[in-house]
Design a protein around this ligand. Structure first.
Ligand SMILES: O=P(O)(O)OC[C@H]1O[C@H](OP(=O)(O)OP(=O)(O)O)[C@H](O)[C@@H]1O
Ligand SMILES: Nc1ncnc2[nH]cnc12
Length: 171
């Protein structure tokens, strides 16, 4: 096990509202330091492949995050901590994962938060009534679909994916 993939003890606590995440200032700065350390560790776990899948794209390979259980555990803890820091006690009602690599991150995070997971898939993969939207990505265009009943009116949704490249998909 390399030092870069050591799991971080980034367990959170959320009582006594002192900041957005509901922590006392010292606990908040400790949580921030733990998150920063986890982010550095996770970043080191990623690999880059130049000119994949086409020339000119520097492809960031996230698979090592899941090949190593320690890195995977650090990832989920870091995501949970990031959500807590960003939204405090106002956790999402539903985690939505984007096809395909959002499916690697979303279900584990949803389970950890104790909320449902819903999938946004590429066209033609989901049964029943769906809503459809076109999106443009770094190297092409595609259609996304979601089952109509996956999210209920008024629910707070957190969308999970692996990477922002051009950012067009997530606009
Ligand atoms: O910031 P952007 O330029 O919009 O690109 C980011 C998106 O592109 C990739 O999806 P893609 O559909 O290429 O691959 P996947 O099916 O393996 O997730 C990636 O997983 C993000 O969803
Ligand atoms: N540069 C990149 N690396 C990994 N996945 C991607 N999806 C779109 N662009 C990407």
């Amino acid at each position: 096990m390399s030092a870069s993939t050591e799991p971080q003890d980034i367990t959170t606590s959320s009582s006594n509202s002192q900041d957005a995440s509901g922590r006392q200032p010292s606990a908040a700065s400790s949580a921030a330091a733990q998150l920063a350390s986890a982010q550095i560790s996770l970043r080191k776990t990623l690999r880059e492949f130049p000119d994949f899948p086409i020339p000119g794209i520097d492809f960031v390979d996230i698979m090592p995050l899941f090949a190593n259980p320690d890195a995977h555990a650090t990832l989920l803890s870091a995501l949970e901590l990031q959500i807590s820091q960003s939204f405090g006690d106002s956790k999402p009602d539903v985690i939505v994962g984007l096809d395909a690599r959002g499916f690697l991150f979303g279900p584990g995070l949803a389970l950890r938060l104790g909320v449902p997971f819903a999938a946004v898939r590429k066209q033609g993969k989901l049964p029943g009534p769906c809503v459809t939207a076109e999106y443009i990505k770094e190297y092409g265009k595609d259609l996304f679909q979601m089952q109509q009943d996956a999210i209920k009116e008024g629910q707070k949704v957190l969308i999970v994916d692996d990477i922002i490249a051009t950012g067009k998909l997530h606009l």
